[in-house]
Design a protein around this ligand. Sequence first.
Ligand code: UTP
Length: 294
Amino acid sequence: MKITKAVIPAAGLGTRVLPASKAVPKEMLNIVDKPAIQYLVEECAASGITDILIITNRGKGVIEDHFDYAYELEDNLRRSPAKADLLKSVHDVANLANIYYLRQKETKGLGHAILAAEHFVGDEPFAILYGDDIIMTTGEQKPVTQQLIDAFNATGKCVCGVQTCTEEQVMKYCTLDVTHIHGNVYDVHKIIEKPTKEQIYSYFSILGRNVVTPDVFDLIRNTAPNPVTGEVYFSEALSNFAEAGKLAAVEFEGKRFDMGSKLGIMQANCETALQHPEIGEAFRAYLKELAKTL
Ligand code: UTP
């Protein structure tokens, strides 16, 4: 089955990266020369997604500006033949996909944000990419969303993307009770969000990618907000799919960076800078010099 729709929740407060995210959404923080969210939209486009709904909130209008034409800037760049590549890079961003926007009026958690996508999604399966989880793949690897779509089609189940995490990360994210099916695909039986040490089933956590069917919306509606945070946890809704035998996990290939954390932002920038055609060599030399002083 062809999956053409994706939802990117990007309406969180980004408190872990304040004050950087006070006026600039964390999804717009740059990784070398592109904002984080552009990597997500490019991943969608490379995976056959044509229509993307970005869930935003107040103060995130710059996301819309980024995926729009910028007439004044483009007109200026057009006058200088030496800037043709720059012009193309600025212009092409607006044509990566059909992008729609919807505001989550209250910050009530990832599950609540995804629920806002119900009308956009209609009755088709769709991909979900968390706005601050950037996953870089190399030339030989398929984009992660494509890896999940393939698993969705192969298993006939909803799919979440997982990787092995540290105990500290698992306790912050979630833990999955799984059994191995084949290759990198697992059956999921249960998910616990933010487990205690004693509740940890496995060190697999969901890292920002899912492909699900629209019945997920009923599951979210039936998920009570967390009594302490007031947030609707998406993984609790997914756990209902798991308990009904309708969820698989894919241990995806690719390197994930948490753009919602200061360390993740630095790691994403360092590794991308090292590969960058324009500054890679100079940055590597700089790091080597710097390492001598550590
Ligand atoms: P996070 O929990 O990592 O984002 O949600 P956050 O709430 O911004 O984080 P902190 O703890 O305050 O730093 C994962 C993704 O879900 C989106 C976020 O924008 C992020 O991309 N999200 C989260 C929403 O869209 N709405 C919400 O109510 C919460």
